[in-house]
Design a protein around this ligand. Structure first.
Ligand SMILES: Nc1ncnc2c1ncn2[C@@H]1O[C@H](COP(=O)(O)OP(=O)(O)OP(=O)(O)O)[C@@H](O)[C@H]1O
Ligand SMILES: [Mg+2]
Length: 400
């Protein structure tokens, strides 16, 4: 066992994960309660039985819009509610008891109905509220100090094919775990970019206003690019030093204008370049959807041994490459945060051959963390017999 594997083992002897989950009016669930230990949890059920919805609800214990990146109001259960006669302040809610290195905490999150009074009307709006240990928090990033989740969904089977946006979001999620401010920076960048774009589009050429937005965007952009570079370097180094015995070695490469500039120039100069670049592109923005910069960055994945880009690999090979990245990220996170993330693995065994499927389950057991695994095929998990909790979903209820 290498020194790093030994260290990971020491950290995960202290348990981290979810011990109780209660959902109310959440998608297909009027109410659902799950109690479990920190162990692999296998949830099986027919199509549409509610497996992914459980994983999605767990992803809402972390910042953001969950593993489907959904509109928050879409989550509210459609159908007659047993609570219809009760005047409720929330549209849906999730309550969880968690352990972080054996320490108990509670996390609650809900979509709250609010009313804003303007001069003429009353406006209704929804807001996601978050409580940690019964205290309302204003910054979702706080959640990252208590719980972290890494997910693999069927949509990610196509991650290496098609446009860069899903890859960029995937990469940014990998960064959040190491840099809790990264989520805020990317959201702020997008907000400023939209403002800048609207201002130019409206023909409102206020030079001072535009310059000030460009300066703010370039400062944020360079910080975003630097954090991404750091994460890619961290994963590449880890994969080189701790190659997996079953899953293929990957090489990750960033492909972005600002990230590339940082290879050769100091941040302060790249910031000046970015500000000037944005100013020069003011007119082009009207003819292009977006201009080159951190909001166009892509990242490429290579199957190292074959020296092939992931998009040219077979479907099963692409899945194996994705799992290699996820395993490396999980281990790096344990070492960096000193607590284990939970893994949310939706139909993760699809496209994997038997050897890789059983190896993945074995690795999950060795990592000694909490993995929530869903499948329509219970027979695929015999390798976990006696070592995991098995649930079956039927009629919106879980059965052991
Ligand atoms: N807001 C909502 N209100 C009520 N039901 C919903 C809502 N949103 C989604 N559903 C339903 O929840 C059910 C379960 O969805 P989910 O995606 O969790 O199924 P699944 O078990 O993962 O299925 P599959 O095996 O096909 O992936 C679906 O029938 C879906 O239509
Ligand atoms: Mg599903």
């Amino acid at each position: 066992m290498t020194d790093l594997s030994q260290k990971i083992k020491e950290i995960t002897t202290e348990k981290s994960g979810v011990t109780r989950l209660t959902l109310t009016d959440y998608r297909n669930y009027p109410t659902l309660r799950i109690e479990t230990d920190i162990e692999p949890i296998v949830i099986t059920g027919e199509n549409g039985s509610g497996k992914t919805n459980i994983l999605e609800s767990l992803s809402f214990l972390t910042p953001g819009r969950g593993l489907r990146g959904t509109k928050l109001s879409d989550i509210k259960r459609i159908g007659t509610s047993p609570f219809a006669s009760i005047q409720k302040e929330t549209e849906w809610s999730i309550a969880a008891e968690i352990l972080k290195n054996n320490e108990h905490h509670s996390i609650g999150t809900a979509l709250q109905k609010n009313i804003r009074e303007t001069e003429e009307t009353l406006q209704r709006f929804d807001r996601r509220i978050v409580k940690i240990d019964n205290q309302k928090i204003t910054q979702q990033a706080e959640l990252g100090k208590y719980i972290s989740a890494i997910w693999v969904t069927p949509q990610m089977d196509r991650l290496f094919l098609g446009g860069p946006q899903p890859r960029r979001s995937f990469l940014d999620r990998l960064v959040y775990a190491f840099d809790l401010e990264h989520a805020k920076r990317t959201a702020n960048f997008e907000h400023l970019y939209r403002q800048w774009y609207q201002l130019i589009k409206s023909g409102h050429n206020d030079h001072h206003w535009l310059s000030s937005l460009e300066a703010d965007m370039s400062a944020l952009g360079v910080a975003i690019a630097a954090a991404r570079r750091e994460q890619i370097a961290r994963l590449n180094t880890f994969i080189t030093n701790e190659p997996d015995d079953i899953f293929p070695d990957v090489k990750l490469e960033l492909d972005g204008l600002i990230e590339k500039k940082l290879d050769t120039e100091p941040a302060i100069e790249v910031e000046d370049f970015y500000t000037a670049h944005l100013a020069q592109q003011r007119q082009n923005i009207l003819y292009n959807d977006s201009i080159d910069g951190v909001n166009r960055t892509d990242f490429r994945v290579y199957f190292k041994k074959k020296d092939l880009p992931a998009e040219l690999c077979s479907t099963g090979e692409q899945k194996a490459l994705l799992i290699s990245i996820i395993l490396a990220q999980t281990k790096c996170q344990i070492l960096h945060q000193s607590f284990a993330p939970i893994l949310l693995l939706d139909e993760v065994t699809t496209h994997l051959d038997e050897k890789k499927r059983d190896a993945l389950l074995q690795k999950i057991l060795e990592l000694n963390l909490q993995a929530w695994i869903t499948s329509t095929e219970p027979q695929n998990f015999t390798a976990l017999n006696g070592k995991a909790r098995f649930f079956k979903l039927e009629n919106n209820n879980l059965f052991c």
